[in-house]
Design a protein around this ligand. Structure first.
Ligand SMILES: *[C@@H]1O[C@H](CO)[C@@H](O)[C@H](O)[C@H]1NC(C)=O
Ligand SMILES: *[C@@H]1O[C@H](CO)[C@@H](O)[C@H](O)[C@H]1NC(C)=O
Ligand SMILES: *[C@@H]1O[C@H](CO)[C@@H](O)[C@H](O)[C@H]1NC(C)=O
Length: 306
C-alpha cells in the first residue's frame, strides 16, 4: 500500500510489522528537499525520537501542533529511523516508525591506477549509487602538481557498466593526476583524485632483466640444442621451398608443350633417328614399342595399352 503525500518526491509505504504493535513506514526523499513526517499511528500528542541520533541539526527540524515532524533541506545524515510515541505519558511505548532514506548523488568512487611508460589504466568501484542508477562516469587527467586545465579521458561519458578506462599518449617518467566521478539524476559524486607515475624506459629494461632473472643459471647446452632444432627446421623449410620453386619453374608452359607435341611425329616418321634403337622394334602410332611375347604355346602376354 503506497501513498504519495505532500510532495512528488515522497513515496510512503506502510508496512505492518508482524507480531508487534509498531507500524513502520518507509520514505525516500531527495537531498535538499523539505520533508514532513507523519506518525503512522494517529496520536494526539506526538513525540519524535531519532534512532542512533548523533549531532542532529535541530534548527532544521520542527514538530507542528498536529504532530507532523518537518525537516528542512534534508541531507544524508537525516537518513535513519524516526520513531513516534505519545508525549506527556511516562514510558509510553513506541507506536510508529518512519524509516527515512535520503537520496543523493552517488558516493565517491574507490579509485586505483596502473601505469606503464605511456599508458595508464584507471580502475574504480562504486560504493553507492545514492539511490538512483548511475547515468555515467567522467574521468580527466593532467600533469600532477600543476594548475593546468584538466584533459578529458575518452569517452567523455563512460557507460555505467564500465569499471576501467585507458589513458594513452602519456610521457614516460612523469607524474599525472587523474580524477573521476559518477553522475546520477541528482548530480555528480565528489570527484576522487589519484596520482600515477609513468615508468621510464630504463625501468622497462629493468623489468625485462627481472623477467630474465635466473637465465644465468640456465644450462646453455639446452639452449644450443633448442636453437639447433629451430635452425634445422628452418633450413629444411628453406630447402623444401627451393625445391618447390625449382619444380614450378621446370613445369613446361603451354608453348613448350606444343613444341614437344610437334617433335613427336618427326621422331616417329624417322625410326632410324636414334642409332641406339636400331635393333628395337619401331613404336606404333601410340608410341608403344612393346609387342606381344609368346611365352609358350598357350599364353600370350599382351603389352599394356597406353
Ligand atoms: C523548505 O522550507 C523552507 C522554510 O519553510 C522554505 O523557505 C523553502 O522554500 C522550502 N523549500 C522547498 C524546496 O520547498
Ligand atoms: C500539519 O500541519 C502542517 C503545518 O501547519 C501542515 O503543513 C501539514 O499539512 C499538516 N499535516 C497534517 C497531516 O495535517
Ligand atoms: C625520471 O625523472 C626523475 C625526476 O623527474 C629524474 O631524476 C630521472 O633522471 C628521470 N629518469 C630518466 C630516465 O629520464
Amino acid at each position: 500500500m503506497c501513498k504519495k503525500p505532500h510532495g512528488i518526491f515522497l513515496f510512503l509505504c506502510l508496512t505492518v510489522i508482524q507480531g508487534s504493535q509498531i507500524v513502520l513506514k518507509k520514505l525516500e526523499v531527495d537531498i535538499g528537499k523539505n520533508v514532513t513526517l507523519r506518525c503512522p499511528v494517529d496520536l494526539t500528542d506526538v513525540m519524535w525520537v531519532k534512532e542512533n541520533r548523533t549531532d542532529d541539526d535541530h534548527a532544521r527540524m520542527k514538530v507542528f501542533s498536529n504532530g507532523t515532524l518537518f525537516i528542512m533541506h534534508v541531507n544524508i545524515k537525516d537518513s535513519g529511523a524516526y520513531s513516534c510515541r505519545r508525549a506527556n505519558v511516562v514510558e509510553s511505548p513506541i507506536q510508529g516508525k518512519v524509516q527515512v532514506r535520503v537520496r543523493s548523488p552517488p558516493l565517491p568512487l574507490n579509485v586505483t591506477i596502473k601505469t606503464s611508460t605511456v599508458l595508464a589504466v584507471v580502475f574504480w568501484t562504486v560504493q553507492g549509487n545514492g539511490g538512483y542508477p548511475i547515468i555515467n562516469f567522467t574521468a580527466q587527467y593532467r600533469l600532477a602538481y600543476t594548475n593546468d586545465s584538466w584533459l578529458p579521458i575518452s569517452p567523455n561519458h563512460i557507460t555505467p557498466n564500465s569499471r576501467q578506462v585507458d589513458v594513452y599518449n602519456l610521457r614516460p617518467n612523469t607524474t599525472y593526476e587523474f580524477r573521476i566521478w559518477a553522475t546520477n539524476q541528482l548530480g555528480r559524486s565528489p570527484s576522487v583524485s589519484v596520482y600515477g607515475v609513468t615508468l621510464d624506459s630504463y625501468k622497462e629494461t629493468d623489468l625485462a632483466r627481472h623477467l630474465l632473472k635466473g637465465a644465468d643459471q640456465f644450462d646453455t647446452r639446452i639452449w644450443a640444442a633448442a636453437v639447433g632444432v629451430v635452425m634445422g627446421t628452418l633450413v629444411l623449410l628453406g630447402i623444401g621451398t627451393c625445391i618447390l620453386l625449382y619444380q614450378e619453374c621446370k613445369t613446361p608452359t603451354v608453348e613448350e608443350e606444343q613444341e614437344i607435341i610437334e617433335l613427336v611425329p618427326n621422331i616417329i616418321l624417322n625410326p632410324g633417328f636414334d642409332d641406339n634403337q636400331q635393333n628395337m622394334p619401331a613404336p606404333d602410332e601410340n608410341s608403344n614399342n612393346e609387342h606381344p611375347q609368346r611365352l609358350n604355346n598357350n599364353s600370350v602376354v599382351q603389352p599394356q595399352n597406353v
